[in-house]
Ligand binder design. Structure first.
Ligand code: PMP
Length: 322
């Protein structure tokens, strides 16, 4: 089912999943005013339904809206939409190990016109869809392709917005990587230094042998991942030396070759934490030294433990939906 909100955001209703009615001249179809979010609903052992840090998603959607000249949605209305959908659809949230219900809020420009200008009418919807684990199994290391031909986003662009066009821009790189047998793509900032940005749908982390936990800093060109932010906190709790800074592709290559970098992993709502076993460009394949990814496992277990209600939620990250 999905939740449908139009107009002043006050007339929300839950409807069976089905086609939308949209004018062929709707602005979203031509000028791509479209933003979205992704969250998961988890069923806890007592039957209650929870989600993870939804006000972070609400705030990020409003930042995306600001960048795309779209209207703000009050954070309370965003969270209430999830609650209303789960009040109706809560029974859909599965029980099984590693299972959850994926929630996809999105806003589109529905006004019909053919000139280039910001639209004035928008719909906000939330889709609920059962989700398994993103890459199939538990912590199976993935292989990453470095995109040299394509950028995902540039400075002053839309990279920090969760905006459909960014994903469209990443697909050609994704195809290139897939045709060479890789699971995911990582984008560089295309400066002479080749600083790392993020994967098509995940942020990236490095664990060094002297216990540093490093992730590219937020430059305005990458998505401010909520999993990323949470891992920075959990990493501190584990006593790691947490660093947000620019890190180059050469540091990755040299680090895994010398053993200074022991683990590499990607993170996001869908897969939580996924180890990166190798990274390849046209010239070479660079293999991550660790095969058992102990730090990635520890952080994943803590985060999944909080999300599934099996570990104490000391930061108040969980929000009860139903
Ligand atoms: N980067 C991109 C481009 C993404 O699409 C996502 C998924 N939302 C992430 C990073 C991770 O963000 P989060 O942890 O909030 O899911």
């Amino acid at each position: 089912e999905y939740l449908n909100m139009v107009g002043d955001w006050s007339d929300a209703r839950v409807e069976p999943f089905g086609p939308l009615s949209l004018s062929p001249a709707a602005a979203v179809l031509h000028y791509a005013q479209e933003i979205f979010e992704g969250l998961k609903a988890y069923r806890h052992d007592d039957g209650s339904v929870w989600t993870f840090r939804p006000y972070k998603n609400a705030a990020r959607m409003n930042r995306s809206a600001h960048r795309m000249a779209m209207p703000q949605l009050p954070e309370e209305a965003f969270v209430k939409a999830l609650e209303e959908l789960m009040a109706r659809d809560g029974a859909w949230v599965p029980n099984g190990e590693g299972q959850s219900l994926y929630l996809r809020p999105f806003m589109i420009a529905t006004e019909e016109f053919l000139g280039v200008r910001p639209a004035r009418n928008f719909n906000f919807h939330v889709i609920a869809s059962p989700a398994g684990n993103y890459f199939g199994g538990e912590l199976k290391p993935v292989s990453i392709w470095v995109s040299r031909d394509f950028a995902r986003a540039g400075e002053g662009g839309t990279g920090a917005a969760k905006f459909g066009g960014n994903y469209a821009a990443s697909l050609a790189a994704q195809l290139q990587g897939a045709s060479r047998g890789h699971d995911q793509v990582i984008f560089l900032d295309r400066s002479p230094e080749d600083s790392l940005e993020e994967l098509g749908g995940m942020n990236v982390f490095f664990v060094t042998k002297d216990n540093k936990l490093i992730t590219p800093k937020l430059t305005g060109t990458i998505l401010e991942g909520i999993t990323r932010d949470s891992i920075l906190q959990l990493g501190k709790d584990e006593g790691l030396d947490v660093q947000e800074r620019s890190i180059t592709f050469n540091e990755w290559k040299d680090g895994v070759a010398s053993g200074d970098i022991q683990e590499v992993f990607a993170c996001g709502t869908a897969a939580v934490i996924t180890p990166i076993g190798q990274v390849a460009d046209l010239e070479e394949v660079h293999t991550t030294p660790s095969t058992d990814f102990p730090v990635a496992n520890t952080l994943r277990n803590r985060l999944v433990g909080i999300q599934t209600g099996h570990e104490e939620d000391i930061y108040g990250w969980m929000h009860r939906l139903a």
